[in-house]
Design a protein around this ligand. Sequence first.
Ligand SMILES: [Zn+2]
Length: 295
Amino acid sequence: MANPDSLQRFTFDNSHVRGELVGLNQTLKDIFARQSYPEAVNNLLGELLAAAALLSATVKIDGLLTLQVQSNGPLRILLAETSHDGKLRGIARMDAEQDIEDGQLLGTEGQLVITIDPTKGRRYQGIVSLEGDNLAKCLEGYFKQSEQLATRLWLSCEGQVAAGFLLQELPALGEVQEEMEVDADAWTRLTCIADTVRDDELLHLDNSQLLHRLYHEEPLRLFADEGLKFSCSCSKARLSTALDQMGYEQCQEIIDEQQKIRADCQFCGQHYSFDQGDVKGLFPLESAKASGQSH
Ligand SMILES: [Zn+2]
């Protein structure tokens, strides 16, 4: 199968096109084991996770890249997040399960939100309309709309294997301009060949087999692969932002009634609990004011 749990770059010797290949297996097992989504939802989540990994390879930043699908269909939200060091996590939110089995998952209207959140620097967000369940088409639309480098994607997920493949046209450099002109149709040729790839090939051939099947006539270079794995970035500090949004009064009400506020991470199921001291720490002004009033 596609090299499991890895991201691998390749470049063509004679054209300004680069590619990325992604395969996910154990990563998906770990993510799916923490949830119980219908198979159709798992398949779409697998594709979104593969897409997130591919996109993260095209933006070289320290930080997080998130793809979030929002729709008016039975599948309300689908989210895949990846970090620059290959950690992935994902989640789905849906209406009742029987609705999922029948019609189209993503309904008639929806959007895909791409968020890039660097450790240092400003957060970037791009939004593109959904085109049915075809995430690859939708992401290609995003690159087009935001006037970035021409980019094509192929994604597939079945069972606990997801695979994906991206081609991106790089800007021509001055000194090799002449060479470029000789091979002016490279982008069209390489993407047309990629369009012949079948899902079973994408999922079941390893990276060198796949590239040989598609591009045995094109000299190319395959780089060392980078590992990918499931890992959740949740922490008590991160979950406390949810409490912050609830506000002091509601938090204090729960503490008064139940002594603790319990919150579980939606991605990995980790339990967290917050006590009176935590609430005081989160809302120092309100807490001081409230204790002042009670005396
Ligand atoms: Zn977590």
